[in-house]
Design a binder for this molecule. Sequence first.
Ligand code: ATP
Ligand code: MG
Length: 564
Amino acid sequence: MRFSEFGLTTLKEVPAEAEIVSHQLMLRAGLIRRLASGLFTWMPIGVRVLRKVEAIVREEMNRAGALELLMPAVHPAELWQETGRWDQYGPLLLRIFDRHQREFCFGPTHEEVITDIARRELRSYKQLPINYYQIQTKFRDEIRPRFGVMRSREFIMKDAYSFDVDQAGLDASYQKMHDAYTAIFTRLGLTFRVVWADSGEIGGSKSQEFHVIADSGEDAIAYSDEDDYASNIETAATSPAATTRPAASAALQKIPTPGVRSIDDLCKLLKIEAAQTIKTLIVHGDDGPVALVLRGDHELNAVKAQKLAGVASPLTMADGDTIRKATGSEAGSLGPLGSKLPVYYDHAVTAMANFSCGANEVEQHFTGVNFERDLPLPATVDLRNVIAGDPVPGGNGTLKIARGIEVGHIFQLGTKYSESMRATIHDQDGKERAMHMGCYGIGITRIVGAAIEQNHDANGIIWPEPLAPFDVVLVPINLQRSAIVQEAAEALYAEMQALGVDVLLDDRDVRPGVKFADAELIGIPHRVVLSERGLTGGELEYRHRRDAESRDMKRAAVLELLLK
Ligand code: ATP
Ligand code: MG
């Protein structure tokens, strides 16, 4: 491609509308343009990247034996009413009317449509297992579209759906997709983690998310520094305190703590660390308020707490009035000593000695509190978010915390849809059974943003090579004024094209500095500069986008390097 014919406009200024770096760079490098909230046009250079992502996804899906089909983007309401999701999906679902006032939606996902296909096409166990996939446009009316294509309203997803006779079959199909996804994200050149998702560990259906690791990620992930363990922070378990408790050495004292409203205030007043305090939170329970007790520096995990017997779900914090009525004190001065409420203690609390807590009297606290002396040693539960350094639940090593962007999700649906939509087959014994389903999504458009979040510097994008819109950019200096440069550039351009290298020839009549800046901004992995001086010495100037310096190389050596 010749730059002069590519119609690419880059922007110097950082667009004010873009909060995160990938969104800024996608606008600046001309990959996307905004139409309306959460709606983007993919410009030619962006489409080149998208097509590369799609090609890798398609190849690996085909290799795993999945069959590509293409379903409609618009779905009749009746289909969604069959599964009850017409009502459950809420405002995320874009609802539309046709000219006959019949109701439709723009598909946010395709379980209903594929199950309708399956119940018509699949009759016998002999047709199973089967896995259908498509690469197609979805619409979700996100409450807060943001970060450009990372959370847009219209986006491209690869979605796949497997059908099996039984759970063992589903397990095998699921594992195949797990392996295909691992191959896809590895080939894309991204650093990623496979993470147990919300329902993964806690009884529900098996589900794992594939996360690209990046600081701007919306999800916090806890992972092992020694093995493959990784979990969404919401579901990572903590274990009962293993360390033996230090001996009680301080005397129990009740002290006035004027103005203390929080753990922070208490620490400042007493000159202690938050880990030497405990906090008591009051939440709504089935029969009145319940107290939750945690170490002062730990964070309550709502997902865990609302699963406890007697605690209301969703978790709701008690307001000031309820707290006053239940404890006779204020939120800032609560503690387990002398409390009459049902109490849940977090595991970590019973490893503590000589700690401080509220005295259940306004602006009064206890210091030097110890279990088995001032209060009995209680049973404990898992109440908090894991933190870096915690032991890996059921695994090896200690936990680290990173942020991730969900780019893929694999999920065992079981018979949820096949039962409500009567998608059955006849098994070996001629018995009618609901098929076991799995669903598997990849955010094709989101991957492009996530790849940039993970790979950029102050000057622009640094494409992982498998995603780059072009493999190499040729930057001729003084092209319009030097016959030597012109001849060499045209010849190299033609030869690279013949060799199947994706090459961009920057043939614009602009200053070299402008060409260099654009090449860095759009993030092409390899850059080759042709100057009259270099060419006379038989050399080209080569630089990889990640290199600090360029180096002189012979033409043949450059070609060899690119073909590798
Ligand atoms: P999220 O938790 O980010 O809202 P989700 O769990 O609702 O996503 P899935 O239903 O699992 O999404 O969809 C499969 C994949 O589609 C996701 O892993 C993600 O990569 C992509 N995706 C989902 N919603 C969006 C969106 N609004 N914009 C871009 N990609 C999306
Ligand atoms: Mg998901």
